[in-house]
Design a protein around this ligand. Structure first.
Ligand code: GDP
Length: 329
């Protein structure tokens, strides 16, 4: 899937651009001194053009899907991005104009003035670029981070897999989806997010887990995590909430259940409760959980038990017709 950010070519930092041009200067020739100096400035133009292209290809933030927009908001101040886009474009235009003027001057100058004009133009252009160095650098960092995080496609029906740490979220995604899940990197969390897909007929469904986001009580969440939940609310689909009923579960039934209730109100989506690790269930945990929820799907993500039924429930909740054998995926 091509995200709006993959098409954006990342230019070098300002200091690197200046160094690239500086290093090339001695290697650039021409039939005459004037031609050589013009060729040198043309080399600089090629580099400066990278900034114009960068700004032109940078996605218009207001046109992005709200999931992306809110993800960007977590990463950086949108107003600053807009200001820096404007400044970087203006800087590139000014630098371009300086270089073109330099070329014109060389054309109408004597041979012995050409090098001097090139040097002055080089200096002027570099100082124009340097004035906006911080803005350019900020935009480069933003786009690099955005490229890393956009494995999630907000246009696909989505299954968000939530639950306390270690309940088996990533195991479920890797067992239920077709290929090896991709790893996404979000400003939401320092942890990797797993993204997998299943295909049912014409429909492609995306599964994502939520380490560090929907895995602990609201009272323990910081501002970024709260914003992340808002971003997740923009994905259309459902949530699967996993319970761990094994004796090794780090979290007791009560903790898991209160998180479940929170996720139900926070996620803004239908939530399917799933009891995982039934291959190793602790009877007491299991019974007390059964008293609290009565419509859970019981599975063992690891042993592959109950996954067909879970897929059926998921498809039903997403309103996707069941076309063929579920285990074809
Ligand atoms: P996450 O933190 O929720 O993503 O949990 P993981 O998928 O990393 O699983 C945590 C641990 O539980 C791993 O050691 C898994 O092998 C184990 N696990 C996951 N599903 C099952 C299951 O169905 N049965 C058992 N016995 N162990 C499981």
């Amino acid at each position: 899937m091509l995200t709006p950010f993959e098409r954006v070519p990342v230019p070098p930092e300002v200091d690197d651009v200046i160094e690239i041009v500086l290093n090339r200067l001695p290697k650039i020739g021409g039939k005459t001194v004037k031609e050589r100096e013009i060729n040198r400035l043309l080399t600089y133009i090629n580099q400066v053009e990278k900034y114009s292209t960068f700004v032109n290809k940078f996605p218009r933030i207001e046109k992005l899907h709200p999931f992306y927009r809110e993800s960007i908001e977590i990463l950086a101040d949108i107003d600053r991005i807009k200001i820096c886009l404007f400044n970087t474009k203006r800087t590139a235009d000014l630098a371009m104009r300086a270089l073109r003027e330099g070329i014109q001057k060389i054309k109408s100058s004597d041979e012995d003035q050409a090098n001097e004009i090139m040097r002055k133009t080089f200096g002027r252009t570099s100082s124009i670029l340097r004035k906006n160095r911080e803005c350019t650098s900020f935009l480069i960092k933003v786009i690099v981070q955005l490229k890393k995080m956009m494995t999630v496609d907000p246009k696909l029906p989505t299954v968000i897999v939530a639950g306390s740490p270690n309940v088996g979220k990533s195991t479920l995604i890797s067992r239920i989806t077709r290929a090896k899940p991709e790893i996404a990197n979000y400003p939401f969390t320092t942890k990797d997010i797993h993204v997998g897909h299943i295909r049912e007929g014409d429909a492609l469904i995306q599964f994502i887990d939520t380490p560090g986001i929907l895995d602990r009580p609201n009272s323990e969440r910081n501002q970024i995590e709260l914003k992340s939940i808002n971003a997740l609310r923009n994905l259309s689909g459902i949530t699967v909430f996993m319970f761990d009923v094994s004796p090794f579960s780090y979290y007791g039934v009560d903790d898991q259940f209160s998180l479940y209730k929170e996720v139900r109100s926070l996620s803004g989506k239908k939530v399917i409760p799933v009891i995982n690790k039934i291959d190793e269930k602790d009877e007491t945990y299991y019974q007390s959980l059964m008293k609290l929820i009565n419509n859970a799907v019981e599975i063992s993500a690891e042993k592959g038990i109950g996954l067909e039924e879970l897929k059926r429930e998921i498809l039903k909740a997403l309103g996707i017709p069941l076309n063929r054998g579920l285990l074809d995926n």
